[in-house]
Structure formats: structure tokens, C-alpha cells
Design a binder for this molecule. Sequence first.
Ligand code: ACO
Length: 326
Amino acid sequence: MSAVIRGLGTAVPDRVVTNAELAATLDTTDEWVRTRTGIAERRIAEVGTATADLAVEAGAEALKAAGEQADAVVIATSTPDRSLPGVGPEVAARLGLGTVNAFDVNAACTGFVYGLAVAAGLIAGDIADRVLLVGAETMSRITDFSDRSTAVLFGDGAGAVLLSRGAEGDQGAVGPFDLGSDGDASDLLCVPAGGSRRPADPDAIAARDTFLQMDGREVYRQAVRRMVASSQKVLDRAGLTVADVDRLVGHQANARILDAVADRLGVAPERRFVNVARYGNTSAASIPLALADADLEPGEQVLLTAFGAGMTWGSTVVRWPSLPPG
Ligand code: ACO
């Protein structure tokens, strides 16, 4: 018995912000951002649009594509509309799903892979028959647009999948999984204030500590190392080798990170999928947005791998199913 992907949906804000637009107010250039990250533009939500709005749009598309309703909703996000409650219940209600089991998972950029494992667990445990998993983020709300080292990296968006019960080996069946974390490194990428450790008091706001801060070089180094090791573990668990992987769809943080991971694993350039140029790093939304853009053929063996704040990492495999359009 397995959790099988039946439908896919996405939502991104209309507003496109190019590198040139950021360079108008920041000491950066389009050339620097493209060569260091592969990012050309990102989508930024208008004031008043929140994570739940993007999640509802992507979720509705996934349900429509699958032609099914859900009896559980899992939202992978680290940018909920409010710090309490999570957005899961609101998204479920706005999708007309009533009083179903609904909650958030916060594993930062690894959220979608953790969310797939949670969805698979809900189905395996007979807690739900059909799970709507949405990776949804408004990273722009925790991005310091006066800090060139982070402002150029992130974007907003959402991607959703509907999973339901199927047989192991079915096309679309997710798993096995490898998930990990290293809490000793949590300071490398965090929003220092605004939580219970340090509330968002006037000093924190003045110091811009309610925005995301990062040691970019060290995060880069760890991201490559962890995604390579995690990918190898999950392939071993699945009884696969790198030669079996038709497509590597990694968390879209930086094209150089994805290339370094693929190089070390030995995945040929034509089998890597990278769309970070269009959306920047959308954290938990990046993998479903990439799956939607990748033009995957039914039957292709897809390796998913991600790394993010926490630090967290995770990988899984899925033989791509034939999906109806959203
Ligand atoms: N424009 C111009 N110059 C810049 C910019 C910018 N936007 N940002 C930084 N610089 C400067 C720095 O100040 C530094 O200048 P200095 O040498 O005078 O001090 C110089 O560029 C080099 O800085 P580095 O940080 O060494 O640049 P690097 O090549 O490592 O690239 C980057 C920085 C893109 C942030 C890279 O480290 C990275 O991608 N790290 C991973 C971070 C990430 O993706 N985090 C997301 C969350 S985790 C995840 O999703 C994997």
C-alpha cells in the first residue's frame, strides 16, 4: 500500500520582480545574481495577499485535476498568515472540505518532502484516504529588501498535490524516504526574532531581526553535502542506482547548488531540472512548482531532494504518473 500522486496544482502571484528592479535600490547587478544563483526573476505577492490565498488557489487546482476531494490537508510552510493558528484549517474550509484533519508542517525549504512523508503516513495509518499537500510560501514577508545577500534569493508561490491510496509500485507512488536534521546548525539560517525566544519588540524590529538572516557560504556547503548523502540513501533504500534516475528535481534554491549536487551524484545535465531562474527560492513551494514545469513523462523515475533551515533535509523517489491537466 502506498500514497499515490493523483493531481497537481500551482499558484504564483502575478507580479514579476526582475533582478534589474532589485538592483535599482540595492548594491547588486543582474549579472551578479544570475551568475551566483541562476535566478533571473521572482514573483512577489501584493500587499494583502497571504500564504493561505496562494495555497487555496494551488490546492483547488490539484483537487480539480485529480477530480477528488480530500479528507486531510497538510500545508508545508514557514510563512503562515499568522503565527497562530496554522493555515491548514483555513485552507481546508475555504476549499469547501469542511471539518477535515488539517494542519501545518514547518520544515522550511524541506517542507514539501517532509509533507509527502506525513501524507504517506496519514494514508498508511488509515487516518485519511485522500490528502491534499500544499507547499505554500510568501517568503517576501520575511525577506529584508535592504540586505543584498538575501533579498535577491527568495520568491512567493505555492504548489499542491492530491495523494490517495494505491498499490506499491503504482506510477505516482511516493517513497521510500530519507529525512534528517541538524539542530546544532539552526543559527545558520533563521529569523532571529518574532518567536517565543525573542519577541518582535521595537529593538528587534529596529535591528531588522524579524527578517531572515543567513550564513550563505556555510548553508551552500551543507546543502550540497546533505542533499547528496540523502539522495544516495534514498536510492539505496529504493533499490535504485543513479543510472535509474530519469530526472533529478531538487529544491530550487540556487542553480549552482543543484549542479553541484547533480555533479557529485553523477546525474547528467539533461536529467537535471532547474527552474530557479523564474521563481527564485520559494522554499516549501519550490519542488511542486518545479514538478509542474518539468514536463515529466509518465513512467519517468524522479528523485526529489531538498535542504533548508533547521537545518533539515530529505529525499524521496516517485515514478511519475500520468496526470490529468489542472
Ligand atoms: N550582489 C552583489 N554582491 C553581493 C550580493 C549581491 N546580491 N550578495 C553578496 N554579495 C557580495 C558579498 O558581500 C561578498 O562581498 P565581499 O567579498 O566584498 O565580502 C561577495 O559578494 C561574495 O559573497 P559570498 O557570500 O561569498 O558569495 P557566494 O558566491 O557564496 O554567493 C549566495 C552567495 C548566493 C548567497 C550563496 O552563498 C548561496 O546561494 N548560498 C546558499 C544560500 C541559500 O540558498 N539559502 C536558501 C535557503 S537554504 C536552501 O534553500 C538550500
